[in-house]
Design a protein around this ligand. Structure first.
Ligand SMILES: O=C(O)CCC(=O)C(=O)O
Ligand SMILES: [Mn+2]
Length: 200
């Protein structure tokens, strides 16, 4: 386990051991049985390449009417509770923060990516976002608090946890690509990213 700091991003590389990663995947599969992955559409009508779901009081939704948090899955079902191991991770890594209200679940297949963006649909940007990577490696790009300028990238591997607070909380970031076959955690390959967020 090593902690890398890139700008204000705190990358805990190798934070979760293999057995904790497997247990987390089982928890996430149980969440997805209740709140299945959906492929969101952007307000401009483009389909995102990432499939998404959520756990907690709120899930993040994107459709023709915009981006927002909703207290129900698009099916009308309640979101499942955030799995306990993730709540513990939050308490351990960001002990002073409010309790997380959303665990966004992103599922990347080998061609999925996520463009540079800021996480800014939450009401209180003083609260951190915590990101957990599971499965195949992904190239994570970190930018600035305003659009443009130089960026730096790092490969996130299964078990890595990124804490975004301070400047990093408002910085642009995204996933350029995943490296297929780089992890054996998910039998069919792919990558799961979990982000814990305070919403209100
Ligand atoms: O997949 C990742 O590592 C980043 C995900 C992300 O930035 C988001 O869900 O807002
Ligand atoms: Mn983000």
């Amino acid at each position: 386990m090593t902690i890398l700091r890139v700008r204000d991003f705190e990358i805990h590389s190798g934070y979760l051991p293999a057995d904790a990663q497997s247990a987390l995947v089982d928890e996430i599969r149980a969440c997805l049985a209740q709140a299945p992955l959906v492929r969101p559409t952007t307000p401009r009508g483009k389909q995102m390449s990432v499939r998404m779901s959520a756990a907690g009081d709120y899930g993040w939704i994107s459709d023709a009417t915009g981006y927002r948090y909703e207290d129900r899955h698009p099916s009308g079902a309640a979101w499942p509770p955030i799995p306990e191991p993730l709540l513990k991770l939050w308490r351990d890594l960001v002990p002073g923060a409010r309790a997380p209200q959303c665990c966004l679940i992103n599922w990347y297949d080998e061609s999925a990516k996520m463009g540079l963006h800021q996480d800014k649909d939450e009401a209180d940007l003083t609260q951190p976002v915590l990101s957990v990577s599971l499965g195949d490696d992904a190239l994570f790009r970190m930018g600035n608090v305003t659009r443009g300028g130089k960026t730096e990238s790092i490969w996130l591997c299964s078990g890595d946890v990124v804490v975004m607070q301070g400047e990093a909380r408002r910085a642009y970031h995204g996933i350029d690509r995943v490296r297929p076959g780089s992890s054996t955690l998910l039998p069919k390959g792919g990558r799961i990213n979990l982000t814990l967020r305070v919403v209100t």
